[in-house]
Write a protein that binds this ligand. Structure first.
Ligand code: UDX
Length: 441
């Protein structure tokens, strides 16, 4: 056998594009496939269609090696690849908490029809447990090569903003397989990654699918836990910031994902916990993860409470007031606005009659497209011009570094809501600002 298997990556969004580029840089011949010709055109010409630190440079490097190509043709991909990675999205279904598997099913079917020789299809998308077994049957029935095509599951844990590092040096790999051959192919497909000593857990398909949703549920639970404590702090005058720091010294608890504030958003955590709860109900074990509904509820309340704080600082009514919203992306170092708490808060304030001016270092185009009704500033200071209240919604480093005096010089009032506990209250209060944060006196 050729030393390195040839790879295809189906779906070139945040996950797939990163995977395709990184694998090519690590020495593999890779074809990236997508049904969107515009995306494929951009990638082929060296442009990453989204914000991800470090990725544009790696795309240039990968294209220069000649090992990375892009296509919209499933026939070409099937002909080329030994291992095919499925990296398409599984968004939340409209009107339901279930995951929408349309893209997974369509891409697997489109590929399988052209598979005429031995190959491994590897699912990376986040799916409800049981999907992989169903897809394996689908592939066997659709592929001309029949049983020669196997399916494995390899969940992806990459975080936006750290996608390159998480792909090149993941903290663990999970291989859900049904044969020794599948495991061997996966090991060959990740040889340079595994050579660094990255631990691998080899398991069955269902467990591999579950690892992903279990991990994201745990992370969401941790965030909502500390935000629930923030609600208690608000009722008692205690300080959730100090509470979180004190808890973090206990190694069994740990400080990561224990940052209180506006809560979680993005294309993964919110929809993954909903889809997990939905799937558990289908399986008759809904009670086991019933707490995830509470986790979701706590998280949603953070957005409402942030709006309340702004209303309070406006003297009880935001109608006609000018609000500067710092941040639109669901987290810093990303231009992703899927289920972004920041934009949710900004749009709610606008619906209540406020004139909202948003600034985000990376997500302006995406935000404008989704929320044309909001105003947009050139930078943080520009957004704060004449603002009655400033509200920090995404903790970009450049917002942490804002000089309170410089902002005071343009704002109408010195009132700030720190939705992410990103600023130093003493510094802002010292500069004459009324500083408020959820769960802090
Ligand atoms: C997440 C998982 O971390 C990743 O492993 C999985 O593969 C995909 O989903 P991502 O969505 O990129 O990654 O973002 P993450 O860094 O996990 O942050 C999720 C949300 O939680 C963000 O909105 C962030 O602002 C929020 N968050 C995070 C908090 O509110 N508090 C914290 O302490 C940590």
């Amino acid at each position: 056998m050729n030393l390195l298997p040839r790879l295809t990556v189906i779906g070139t969004g945040y996950l797939g594009a990163t995977h395709a580029i990184c694998m090519a840089v690590m020495g593999y011949e890779v074809i990236g496939v997508d049904v969107d010709p515009v995306k494929i055109e951009k990638l082929a010409s060296g442009e990453v269609p989204f914000f991800e630190p470090g990725l544009p440079e790696l795309l240039t490097k990968a294209l220069e090696t000649g090992r990375l190509r892009f296509t919209t043709s499933f026939a070409e991909a099937a002909e080329f690849g030994d291992v095919h990675f499925i990296c398409v999205g599984t968004p939340q279904q409209k009107g339901s908490h279930a995951a929408d598997l349309t893209y997974v099913e369509a891409s697997v079917t489109s590929l399988a029809q052209h598979l005429t020789r031995r190959a491994l299809v590897v699912g990376k998308s986040t799916v409800p447990v049981g999907t992989a077994a169903r897809l394996a049957r689908l592939i066997r029935s659709q592929a001309p090569a029949g049983d020669q095509v196997e399916l494995a599951w390899n969940p992806e844990f990459l975080r936006e903003g750290f996608a390159v590092d998480d792909t090149m040096r993941p903290d663990r790999m999970v291989f859900g397989v049904t044969s020794a051959w599948s495991e061997q192919m996966l090991r060959a497909a990740f040889e340079p990654v595994l050579a660094q000593g990255v631990p691998v857990k080899v398991t069955d398909l269902a467990t591999a699918e579950l690892v992903k949703v279990a991990a994201n549920s745990f992370l969401a639970t941790k965030i909502s836990y500390i935000n629930a404590m923030a609600e208690i702090c608000e009722a008692t005058g205690a300080d959730v910031h100090d509470l979180a720091e004190a808890l973090a010294y206990d190694e069994r608890i740990g400080g990561k994902f224990l940052r209180p504030g506006l809560g979680f958003g993005g294309g993964c955590l919110p929809k993954d916990i909903r889809a997990f709860a939905h799937r558990a109900e289908e399986l008759g074990v809904g009670q086991a993860v019933g707490f995830l509904r509470e986790i979701d509820g706590i998280n949603t309340r953070r957005r409402a409470r942030t709006v309340d704080l702004v209303v309070e600082l406006c003297g009880g009514d935001v109608a006609g007031k000018r609000i500067a919203a710092l941040g639109a992306a669901f987290k810093p170092n990303s231009d992703d606005i899927r289920d972004a708490p920041a934009l949710d808060v900004a749009a709610t304030l606008a619906r209540m009659g406020a004139s909202v001016v948003v600034y985000d270092p990376a997500a302006m185009d995406n935000a404008r497209r989704q929320h044309p009704e909001l105003g947009y500033g050139e930078n943080a200071i520009d957004a704060a011009r004449d603002a009655d209240v400033v509200v920090l919604l995404t903790e970009w480093t450049e917002f942490r570094e804002i000089d309170p005096d410089a902002m005071a010089a343009v704002a109408a009032g010195r009132r700030i809501v720190d939705g992410r506990h990103a600023l130093d209250p003493a510094q802002w209060r010292g500069a004459g600002w009324e500083y408020r944060a959820l769960g802090r006196p």
